[in-house]
Design a protein around this ligand. Structure first.
Ligand code: ADP
Ligand code: MG
Length: 577
């Protein structure tokens, strides 16, 4: 640890300028001392013997002449068993504990251990004396919820070490030694279950980074069939306020085929964060029937925290997500909303008087966004298993206008785009993902050719619908009218999904495959419908019946019976070729 200390020579909002003697580094953490209060801060710029530091706390009362202690450490998080089920703030203070001690909101200068020091964990060794190990390799494991939590050689260890001793099976706290290793220089050191890692530094203790190809099934049809996400891939959900971004992220948290979910909630307003805190623990896990929190970590910004902590929260989240990836698990990291995070960058940059880019965001905004999404990925670990971090971020552009720096910067780097439309959410067409604007570079759960059939009908149906607004139904040909109704039919029965129905709310990949196949058959049929009235009646009935079908368990008698009726209905009006 460095012994550097300094003195405040300037205060500007949450930014302080500190004159120091000795050596300090970029992103090093320090504490500004205000009497007995120690306020955490981070170096964002160094010039000569002066550093600009952003304070993670309210700076009122801080003044020129107050001392600052530097720690020699980068902003880091604690990694170890006990992270699951936790609700943290951006600096990894456990929120429920904070709530007990300080009322709901954080008191300045109060920091807690992220992980319980007293709890004991049932350790089982896997490494043996004499084994050669490197960073990230398994020494043993403890059960954590339904998972095997790997206790690994700390990621910061460099080179190959020899296992000198390893604990026998038994209960240990996270600070007790579970192994002794000897490094290449002959130095011996203890390993505990607790390790620290700087949040802005990616964890590279793996063998190989792979291309994300395997679909990450979310059970949301419009996503999996039309705009899929891959395991280890990245996607973004831009949308205006109230269009359903947060609800969509909650649905994905519940139903996505991943082991662990990490949510970084950067509230648009204080109330929304409280909502997340209240609603999330009530969600049940369809896999276990128990609380979804059992395999979730939430990082939340309290409204009392300044922008710097908001900026930290997405890094804290992705670091925790990556830690579980290192255990061979599939993790989904959700950031809601990245616009709040970008605003924090803008504010900091403004205080530093940097030359602003578009809309006063810093000129390096895009590279910061890119390096965040870059932390997603699927990797082969050193033991040959694979682990993944999939990143989904919402963007909340003012007025829902996607032509702004955060949305555009994100679209350049992500693999899929789920654009929410105000028109759709106003019409209560949920999820409000716009089927014409959205895209994905990943592979669908159904074959590409059938996806194209649906997509083409949606495109043409939309064109006809637009035209019809001008020329009216009378000015539209019968064929075009039927095509329009076909597109409304896919929309109303396949793209839209009732989140509250136990069956319709989550559609497994096999079911999507099957149902979409049957529906594509209907869409391809040439229908003989006398006039527009007959066409309208036919599609109305087909839609209602298909919605009933969506609510029936696949393979049940009811499911088969309804399918029979649907096929009969279509057959009756199909022109035989
Ligand atoms: P955003 O995060 O984009 O501001 P929310 O996700 O909070 O918007 O959604 C706002 C409201 O819209 C919700 O409270 C809910 O009433 C409605 N809503 C959003 N998505 C759905 C959905 N899939 N099904 C039903 N209602 C929804
Ligand atoms: Mg929201």
């Amino acid at each position: 640890m460095s012994q550097t200390s300094g003195t405040i020579v300037g205060v500007n909002g949450n930014m302080i300028t500190v004159e120091f003697e000795g050596a300090v580094g970029q992103n090093e953490v320090g504490y500004a001392c205000l009497g007995d209060l120690r306020l955490m801060c981070e170096i964002v710029r160094i010039r000569g013997n002066r550093s600009d530091m952003q304070v993670f706390e309210d700076t009122s009362g801080l003044s020129v002449g107050d001392p600052v202690d530097f720690t020699g450490e980068l902003l880091s998080v604690e990694l170890g068993p006990g992270l699951l089920t936790q609700i943290y703030d951006g600096l990894q203070n456990p929120l429920p504990q904070l709530a007990e001690q300080c009322g709901f909101f954080l008191q300045r200068g109060t920091y807690f251990n992220a992980l319980d020091r007293e709890a004991t964990w049932a350790f089982t060794p896997t490494a043996a004396v004499g084994d050669k190990v490197t960073a990230g390799e398994e020494l043993g494991s403890v059960p954590e919820g339904i998972f095997k939590h790997r206790i690994m050689v700390p990621f910061r260890v460099s080179g190959t070490c020899t296992v000198e001793s390893v604990a026998a099976a038994g209960g240990f706290t996270i600070e007790e030694s579970i192994a002794t290793l000897k490094d290449e220089h002959g130095n011996t050191f203890d390993v505990t279950m607790l390790q620290r890692w700087p949040v802005k530094v990616p964890i590279l203790a793996y063998r190989e980074r792979l291309r994300p190809t395997e679909p990450l099934v979310t059970k949301i049809r419009i996503i999996d069939t039309f705009f899929p996400v891959a395991r280890g891939g990245t996607y973004c959900i831009p949308g205006p306020f109230g269009a359903g971004k947060t609800v969509l992220q909650q649905l994905t948290s519940r139903h996505a085929d991943v082991d662990i979910v990490v949510v970084a909630a950067c509230g648009e307003r204080a109330g929304e964060v409280v909502e997340t805190l209240r609603e999330f623990p009530e969600l049940s896990d369809p896999r276990t029937g128990k609380s979804l929190m059992d395999r979730t970590i939430i990082i939340c910004n309290t409204s009392s925290m300044p922008v710097a902590a908001r900026e930290a929260s997405v890094y804290t989240g992705v670091t925790l997500a990556t830690y579980y990836r290192q255990m061979g698990l599939n993790v989904l990291m959700l950031a809601d909303s990245t616009s709040r995070w970008a605003q924090a960058l803008r504010e900091t940059s403004g205080r530093l008087e940097e030359i602003p880019g578009e809309e006063a965001f810093p000129a390096y905004l895009e590279s910061v966004i890119a390096s965040f999404y870059e932390r997603g990925g699927v990797v082969t670990l050193k033991d040959g298993s694979t682990g993944s971090v999939t990143i989904g971020g919402t963007v909340s552009p003012a007025g829902g206008n996607f032509d702004e720096p955060v949305t555009q910067g994100t679209l350049k780097v992500v693999g899929a785009f789920h654009g929410l439309s105000r028109a759709r959410s106003d019409a209560r067409r949920y999820p409000a993902i716009d089927p014409l604007e959205s895209w994905s570079k990943y592979e669908s759960v159904v074959d590409a050719e059938s996806v194209e059939v649906g997509r083409e009908i949606l495109r043409r149906g939309n064109d006809i619908g637009q035209m019809m607004k001008v020329v009216g139904e009378e000015g539209t040909s019968q064929d075009d009218f039927v095509l329009y109704l076909k597109s409304e039919y896919i929309d109303g029965t396949y793209l839209q999904q009732d989140a509250f129905d136990p069956v319709d709310g989550a559609t497994a990949a096999e079911r999507q495959h099957y149902v979409y196949g049957v529906m594509t058959g209907f869409l391809k049929a040439s229908l003989q419908l006398e006039d527009k009235g007959a066409a309208r009646r036919f599609f109305h009935q087909l839609t209602q019946t298909t919605r009933d079908w969506n609510r029936a368990e696949m393979g049940s008698e009811e499911f088969k019976e309804i399918q029979g009726r649907l096929e009969q209905m279509v057959a009756e009006v199909t022109v035989n070729a």
